[in-house]
Each structure stands twice: as structure tokens, then as C-alpha cells.
Design a protein around this ligand. Structure first.
Ligand SMILES: Nc1ncnc2c1ncn2[C@@H]1O[C@H](COP(=O)(O)OP(=O)(O)OP(=O)(O)O)[C@@H](O)[C@H]1O
Ligand SMILES: [Mg+2]
Length: 279
């Protein structure tokens, strides 16, 4: 990617004793329990954990989609949320969803200009910025296409570009490549890594795919079975830019074993708990 516009460095996230109880007066689901960890400015943090453990709950709290019950989340030292206080979703925290969220009736270019226009930028200026970004990310050729005309991998790339044009402090991705075939995933991984190397934003990335976690992340936060708290954090000390070849190194295999062991232990607990609930 050629050097183009300048991006602002990512924001540091501090998650302190965060607890989230859904519907406390009704079904009362404790989803996250005194969860704490730090994400440095510009760090690529991947969160993994058993299904239903509370990962999306945490992401939604950072994004400002819902309130937490206790604890605090800070962004660059400023209080983002605590019980009774939620910072509304904004361009400083862009979310890329599991099922995608491009407007099907807009072209790629119109989708990418949507955010800047909503923020009040002039249409011409937004178009210019969007075209520059699409060129920089190798997407200029599809600027006039509609999302329905694109492959799933291409749509994901556009969604990432659409999030980044807002120059957020944090990029929040909730299993963005779920249900993609392995080859497409590989290409989209490379795209995301190149974009990350270019913009150096803080990334909060949720996945069930442990290979994906290791390939992309600077650290992998492994959550316990519900209610979510941190089980362990594994630092992925591979240099960047990364190449898929790192997957065959001895260090990668060691890290993979550590992550697999930790996740397997929690998945087994979740499975056993499920069986008890059914019994
Ligand atoms: N609105 C809600 N009301 C009640 N319970 C909820 C609500 N949303 C989520 N939950 C419950 O909270 C728990 C955590 O959900 P969450 O979606 O955060 O898990 P997750 O780790 O993202 O799971 P997955 O890996 O399947 O995406 C689950 O048991 C879920 O059923
Ligand atoms: Mg989820």
C-alpha cells in the first residue's frame, strides 16, 4: 500500500473489573464478571473464548451499544463507561459486524463516503477522500459496484475501508470472517494486516478461529466460560509485517499449543456446564 493520507494513532483501552448482568430483574444473566485487561494504543488484541462466554457483550460495551453493570472502561485515559454512564457510539470506535452492514442500494464509493458525510463533510471532499482510500487499499476498480456484485471477501475489505475512513481510535471486529472459506480468509487476513500496518489503529478482534487469532494478533486474550473473565493472555511475539510463512515456525507451533490448550479447557467446562443444565 502506498503512503497516502495520515491516520491518527490508535487509542489505549483499559477494561477494569467490568461486569455485565443482562435483565437483572428478570432472567438475570451474568455475562461478564469482573473482567480486566489493558490494550495498548495501536495494539492488535484478539479475544477468544467459548461460545456464549461474553465476548460480544464486552465489545458492545466498548462500542457504546449498551451499559455495563459495574467496573469501568477507559479510552486514552478518559472514562468511556461505567454503571449509569455509556458513551454513545461514535466515529472514534468503528465496528465491523459479523454479518456485514453495507447498504446494498449504495455503491462501494457511496458506502465509504457515508460516514464522513454523516459527520458533515462536504460531498465532494468525502468522495475525494474515499477514492484516495479505495485506491490505497487496492479497491478503486470496484468503487462503482454494488455490494451484491462483490464476493464476500471483497465486501469485507470494503467494510474495513469504510470503518477506517472515519479515522477511528479503535476498530472493533466481531468475528468478521466467520463462515468464509479458508482461501478467501487467507486473502482477507493479508488485507487486514496490511491495513493495520498502515494505520496502526487499536484493534479489538473477536474470533473462534485460533489460527486466525495467532496470525493476526499481537496478543490473544483467552476468556473463561461464562461469565467472562480473563483466563490467560498470550503475547504473540512475531514481528510485523507478517507472512503466512510464520505458521510453519517452531515458535508459532508452541504458541498454538498454548492457545489450544487454554481454549480447550474452557470449552470442555462450557460443554460440561451445558450438560448439567440439560440434566
Ligand atoms: N440481551 C440479552 N439478554 C439476556 N441474555 C443475553 C443477552 N445478550 C446476550 N445474552 C447472554 O449473555 C451471554 C454472553 O453473550 P455474548 O453474545 O456476549 O457471548 P459471545 O461470547 O459473544 O458468544 P458467541 O461466541 O456465541 O458469539 C450468553 O449466555 C447470552 O445468551
Ligand atoms: Mg459473539
Amino acid at each position: 500500500m502506498a503512503a497516502g493520507r495520515q491516520f491518527t494513532a490508535g487509542g489505549a483501552i483499559s477494561i477494569r473489573n467490568v461486569t455485565k448482568v443482562y435483565d437483572p430483574d428478570g432472567v438475570n444473566v451474568l455475562a461478564v464478571d469482573k473482567c480486566s485487561f489493558e490494550i495498548a494504543s495501536g495494539e492488535f488484541c484478539v479475544v477468544v473464548g467459548p461460545s456464549g462466554c461474553g465476548k460480544t457483550t464486552l465489545l458492545n460495551a466498548i462500542a457504546g451499544f449498551h451499559e455495563i453493570s459495574a467496573g469501568e472502561i477507559h479510552l486514552d485515559g478518559e472514562l468511556l463507561c461505567r454503571a449509569g454512564l455509556t458513551t454513545e457510539p461514535g466515529a472514534d470506535r468503528m465496528v465491523v459486524f459479523q454479518n456485514g452492514a453495507l447498504f446494498p442500494w449504495y455503491t462501494v464509493l457511496e458506502n465509504v463516503t457515508y460516514g464522513p458525510e454523516v459527520q458533515g463533510r462536504m460531498r465532494n471532499e468525502a468522495m475525494h477522500a474515499a477514492m484516495n482510500l479505495l485506491s490505497e487499499f487496492g479497491l478503486a476498480d470496484i468503487a462503482g459496484h454494488y455490494p451484491g456484485e462483490l464476493s464476500s471477501g471483497m465486501r469485507r475489505r470494503v467494510e474495513i475501508a469504510r470503518a477506517l475512513i472515519n479515522d477511528p481510535r479503535v476498530l472493533l471486529l466481531d468475528e468478521p470472517f466467520r463462515a468464509m472459506d479458508a482461501l478467501t480468509k487467507g486473502v482477507v487476513h493479508e488485507f487486514l494486516l496490511q491495513a493495520y500496518d498502515r494505520v496502526k489503529k487499536t484493534v479489538f478482534f473477536i474470533t473462534h478461529d485460533l489460527e486466525e487469532a495467532l496470525f493476526l494478533g499481537s496478543k490473544v486474550v483467552i476468556m473463561t466460560t461464562r461469565p467472562a473473565k480473563v483466563k490467560t493472555i498470550i503475547e504473540v511475539d512475531f514481528p510485523r509485517p507478517r507472512s503466512f510463512r510464520m505458521r510453519s515456525s517452531q515458535r508459532y507451533l508452541e504458541l498454538k499449543e498454548m492457545v489450544f490448550d487454554a481454549v480447550h479447557e474452557e470449552a470442555a467446562k462450557a460443554f460440561a456446564a451445558g450438560e448439567r443444565e440439560l440434566a
